[in-house]
Design a protein around this ligand. Sequence first.
Ligand SMILES: *Cc1c(COP(=O)(O)O)cnc(C)c1O
Length: 454
Amino acid sequence: MIEPVRFELSARDLPETWYNIAADLDYVAPVLSPATGKPVTRDEMTRTMPEALVDQELSREAEFEIPGEVRQFYARWRPAPLLRARGLEKVLDTPARIYFKYEGVAPTGSFKPNSAIPQAYYNKRAGRTGLIAETGAGQWGSAVAFAASLFGMDAKVFMVNVSFQQKPYRRALMETFGASCTPSPSMETEAGRAVLKENPDHPGSLGIAKSEALQVAFSDPRWGYTRGSALNHVCAHQTVIGQEALLQMEMAGDYPDIVVGCAGGGSNLAGLSFPFLRAQLHGGPKIRFIAAEPAACPSLTQGRIAYDYSDTAGLTSLTRTHTLGHQFVPPSVHAGGLRAHNIAPLVSRVVEEGLMEAVALRQRDCFEAGVLFARTEGIVPAPESTHAIRGAVNEAIRCREEGVGKTILFGLSGHGNFDLSAYDRYLSGSLADDSIDPGALEHGLESIPKLVNA
Ligand SMILES: *Cc1c(COP(=O)(O)O)cnc(C)c1O
């Protein structure tokens, strides 16, 4: 008999609503305006965001209806499969049952179109003709380029310079979808020029790229500024992942004891874990939720909970969350999508309330787990996703040592077919295990604004 390893839903199981965990938390800190230091007004928010998304951002309602057109586009690749990693279990000789939710089946290879599509939809309905984005590893840029092409919109992407150099195929993918892609810092904006004046060889950071994208969006209302992660509405859009996984675990006749996700801005982790956390908060079984972050950019394990900006120049609103400081520039780890100095306030809050744990993992340990996974399951994971795999493998090893068979579910946030140069470096032994420079950490933490304190 063939043991089931793949749990598939059909289009009619696609979620009809997004889940907003803000409805189930006791406290959600107000977002502050960079201009006034007071809670941000709707008028300020609608400068760069359509009304519908502002409504979602501020809402304490538990569910938002997913528009029909968005569900129709989701149906091109969703529901995404959930698989049992029997090969990995076997090689680890663990009594644990390991499942993963595979988001690499999306057209751009990661979960990011789950939010890019609704953002394109709402921006187009608000009369905008183009989408603007910053991107680290290139996955958000690819998702925005893809979504813009579906809706007949323009797309312009600022890509962190080091990733632009390391990942030429990501740029080619964006251009294939019709987007234009600029390495950041660039000479096109004031924010970029200021950085280049100080350091012409600056590797770039997500914060700088964000400042550049925002400056273009502020100067020309045709552009809708998109958000790849961190914001409440982005976390909500991503909950299609966890809602499907709940149904699929039921199909598998199992339920997770442990849920692990990789954490950069926090959106795929939120998307997978919040629907399970919702069940727990409403009386369901208790789960250990684990955020796996890179040791090179450890916002949850070494950051402070404070109000801070999300970009380097201090143009964004201030959010209360775990932060390493908006001036923090992490080492150039290959998991470019995990190089954010702060994290989704909703994820931060869930950690602060003790509902989720965080671990910081080193790049080489993560690649080791990623290669083991590729060799046992046949999927090359995105470098970001290897953090979730490492986190899951560590728990599976613990199960072996303790002789207990737990159920572990992790998020495989994307495939790594565009990241083979990083694997090449790992396999040839030349991949650095970037440790965090104490000076950079101190400088970052000092840049957390002192005027407002959490
Ligand atoms: C962007 C990205 C991440 C990190 O983003 P989060 O908002 O933390 O989820 C992780 N994995 C992949 C494959 C990505 O593209």
